[in-house]
Design a protein around this ligand. Structure first.
Ligand SMILES: CCCCCCC[C@@H](O)CC(=O)SCCNC(=O)CCNC(=O)[C@H](O)C(C)(C)COP(=O)(O)OP(=O)(O)OC[C@H]1O[C@@H](n2cnc3c(N)ncnc32)[C@H](O)[C@@H]1OP(=O)(O)O
Length: 367
């Protein structure tokens, strides 16, 4: 299992000659992980070894190597989750709602209820937060070895079964639905189905894919381990080569990640310059789900005429990191009731996110 060592641990290891039970040194293993990462990810030019690892090193010892069967058979306990109107409004601000125009008539309803409206509306991407609580459980998953600093969000798939209420007490059922050995990385897929606690009615489902750099190589390279409950291409889409139907451009704020984290994802990768550097970035990066929120908000604003209830399912693959303060350009294509989209960072002209949003119906007023 990957874990954080206390400050004095490195000297303890040195006292033991850095030896693991199989005769291979702990430090040698860490060193080889370091070399592996450097060759797979050249941008991790500053991955520190070994002195800067004091206080936050992930060690793979014999009793903590990846055991895929243990991982996929793990049963998460059911948990309750509650949120209020305040969480909903804070989330909307975190994904940039009303940032350009505080009185935006398509967005104000997601942060404030105007006269005659009983409660504020909820963006469908808010549902993704219901899976974030599992992050802390990942490091306790039996048989699961990874360095939390090298974790990246790979993909997110969300299905909405009914409009999300403004306040809710819900029950979350979580399970592991995929584990893949990609050599230089491991990919883990987790599904969370959320039910309204009082009625038992299903509200939404999240499938979260995490990409764990340096955690692969746990199976024979001739036959890499791969387990999935669903066909892999179910959530994938190809970005068309044709001219987009709509293009939406919007700046993120330099403090975007600091604001977004208050919605519940406190991963220091998004706020701590030292952790960001260890992870291979020049500074803290934006949460993938914040970028997804910006992209889906652009679709709701332009194609759904501001009506979030039209959204049925959302899929996104994170292709590259985004730095807070960068400008996001979201290109959209309509294919029946499916909106294909791609988000690029203007300053670097690189695609950072791609996927689709499925709608219940189209609003002629916005087309
Ligand atoms: C439980 C709740 C947990 C929630 C945790 C969320 C915590 C958050 O705080 C964390 C974050 O928000 S991190 C920020 C958002 N994410 C990112 O910035 C990642 C951007 N993507 C990348 O850098 C690369 O695509 C990268 C590095 C991901 C992959 O690049 P490469 O290593 O170059 O991959 P490549 O060689 O092209 O492909 C190897 C195999 O992996 C598959 N793959 C690639 N990108 C993937 C992705 N994004 N998601 C899923 N799978 C992916 C490829 O298909 C390939 O597999 P195969 O060989 O079978 O085709």
């Amino acid at each position: 299992m990957g874990f954080f060592l206390p400050d004095n641990s490195l000297s303890n290891l040195e006292r033991h000659g850095g030896e693991g039970r199989d005769g291979e040194g702990f430090l040698t293993r860490e060193h080889s992980l370091h070399l592996q990462l450097r060759s797979a990810y050249p941008y991790i030019h500053k991955y520190p070894f070994p002195t800067q690892l004091r206080g936050c090193i992930a060690i793979m010892s014999d009793d903590s190597v990846m055991n895929p069967e243990l991982v996929i058979n793990h049963k998460f306990p059911q948990v309750t989750h509650t949120y209020s109107e305040r969480d909903v409004a804070l989330y909307a601000l975190g994904i940039g709602a009303c940032a350009k125009d505080a009185l935006d008539d398509k967005e104000l309803k997601y942060v404030y209820h105007e006269d005659g409206q009983q409660s504020i509306k909820v963006f469908p991407t808010f549902a993704a937060l219901f899976s974030i609580g599992l992050t802390s459980q990942l490091s306790q998953l039996p048989g699961f070895a990874f360095d939390p600093r090298l974790l990246l969000h790979g993909q997110q798939y969300i299905e909405i079964y009914k409009p999300l209420p403004t306040n809710c007490l819900m029950q979350n059922k979580s399970s592991i639905v995929g584990l893949h050995d990609k050599g230089k990385a491991a990919i883990l897929e987790i599904e969370v189905v959320s039910y309204e606690k009082e009625t038992g009615e299903p509200l939404c489902m999240n499938r979260t894919t995490v990409y764990l750099r340096g955690a692969g190589g746990f199976s024979k390279s001739s036959q890499p381990y791969s387990f999935t409950k669903y066909p892999r291409d179910q959530t994938s889409s190809k970005t068309p080569k044709t001219q987009p139907f709509v293009v939406h451009e919007e700046c993120t704020q330099p403090a975007q990640a600091l604001l977004y984290r208050l919605s519940g994802d406190y991963n220091p990768l998004h706020s701590d310059p030292k952790i960001a550097e260890v992870a291979g970035f020049s500074r803290p990066i934006l949460h993938g789900l914040c970028t997804l929120g910006f992209a889906v908000r652009a679709i709701i604003k332009t194609i759904c005429n501001g009506d979030a209830n039209l959204v049925k399912a959302i899929s996104g693959r994170f292709l590259l990191h985004v730095y807070p303060g960068e400008t996001l350009i979201t290109e959209m294509w309509l294919q029946g009731l499916r909106v294909l989209y791609q988000t690029k960072v203007k300053e670097r002209n690189r695609a950072v996110l791609a996927g689709f949003v499925d709608l219940n119906q189209l609003r002629s007023s916005s087309l």
